[in-house]
Every structure is written in C-alpha cells, then in structure tokens.
Ligand binder design. Structure first.
Ligand SMILES: Cc1cc2nc3c(=O)[nH]c(=O)nc-3n(C[C@H](O)[C@H](O)[C@H](O)COP(=O)(O)O)c2cc1C
Length: 186
C-alpha cells in the first residue's frame, strides 16, 4: 500500500480534514424572537443519552439565544438548500428574521420552544444539558430529546464543509466492509 509523502501543514488548517460532518442549521427561540445559524463544528459525544457537543461563537446572536433559552433544534439541510445555508451563515439574526428572509417554514417542536425548519430533511430537538464549557470553549453540550427524520431517502444528499468555500456532497455508500465489523461496533 502507498505511503503518502507529507509536507508540513499549518495546524490551524487541520479543520479542513476533520470538519466534514454534515452542515446543520441551528434554530432557536427566545423572548418572542426566532433565529437560525449555520453550523459545521459539532460532534457526537454519547448515544444514550443522545449528546451532541457544538461550538457557537460568542459573537453570534444564536449564542445568547441558545444559552438563555437552554434549547435549540439541530436541523439537517440537503444540497437543494445550500445557497440558503450560506446566506444564513452570512447574516445575523440581530438584523433580520432569517425564516422570513430565506423563505423557510418554522414548525412547532414537541419539547422545546425553538422551531423546526420544515424544509430540512431531519430536525433534532435539543436541550442544553451542560453549560460548564461555554465560557472557556464556547462548547454547548446538548441532549437530543426528540428527533424527526424524513422516511426517504435513507441517505440524504447532505453538504459537508471543506473550508475555502468548498462543500463536499455526500455521495456513494459501500457495505463492502460491513462483514469486518464486530457486531457491537455496527
Ligand atoms: C459553512 C459554515 C459553517 C459555519 N459553522 C459555524 C460553527 O460551527 N459555529 C459558529 O459559531 N459559527 C459558524 N458559522 C458562522 C455562523 O453561521 C454565522 O456567524 C451566522 O451568521 C451566525 O448567525 P447569528 O448571528 O444569527 O447567530 C458557519 C458559517 C458557515 C457558512
């Protein structure tokens, strides 16, 4: 197998290789206001309870909306929403109502005040369960308390940010290596 010759790489740039989970839209509500932000920096921390860690920059309007309401919805957009995803990331809820500006449908959630985004393939209602790392790392630990997902397709065409304005589109799947997995790792 090929050994890759590697150059020095700037440490601040490694995000380009590690980031590509799906880009999500985080919706929130606080004191009669609603908002949406685009997010790439998130990770699974546990599956039972279902915990997600995510980074929200303190300058974002969403920062206080999620921190104060202690809730949000993590919505999964597909490639047809890519232009809106970028537009939502370029603007702030301080200045505009992004649901209206981007023609998105706010739907009531079951367990939190934040709205679901109707046009997204899946929406996960979340409660902020640990705020202890927000001050130091802007890291919000969320628990998914209710999940909604479209029935098909099984593998939606999600978008994954590679930095420098480039999205990777989710594509081919293979089950070729499935037999190599320990059953408990599936
Ligand atoms: C592809 C993409 C990924 C982004 N990922 C994050 C992220 O993980 N965390 C974050 O705080 N901001 C992220 N942003 C920036 C926010 O979406 C942006 O600052 C947004 O305008 C904040 O909106 P708000 O002020 O209404 O909360 C991202 C933007 C783009 C376009």
């Amino acid at each position: 197998m090929k050994i890759h010759a590697k150059d020095d790489f700037p440490v601040a740039g490694v995000r380009r290789f590690l980031e590509p989970g799906p880009i999500v839209l985080v919706s929130s509500a606080w004191k009669g206001e609603r908002n949406i932000m685009t997010m790439g920096w998130h990770m699974i921390m546990e599956f039972q309870p279902s915990l997600i860690g995510c980074y929200i920059w303190s300058e974002n309007h969403s920062f206080d909306m999620v921190r104060k309401s202690k809730a949000c919805v993590v919505n999964i957009p597909t490639v047809d929403l890519a232009a809106k995803v970028v537009g939502i990331g370029n603007t702030s809820g301080r200045d505009i109502d992004k649901f209206a500006a981007f023609g998105l449908t706010a739907q009531p959630a079951a367990k939190v005040d934040a709205p679901l985004i109707g046009e997204c393939y899946a929406s996960f209602e979340c409660r902020l369960v640990d705020a202890s790392l927000i001050r130091k790392y802007s890291l919000f630990v969320l628990e998914v308390v209710k999940a909604h997902a479209a029935r098909s397709p099984k593998y939606p065409r999600t978008i994954h940010y590679r930095g420098e304005g480039v999205f990777m589109l989710s594509g081919a799947n293979t089950s070729r290596y499935r037999k190599l997995f320990k059953p408990q790792m599936l």
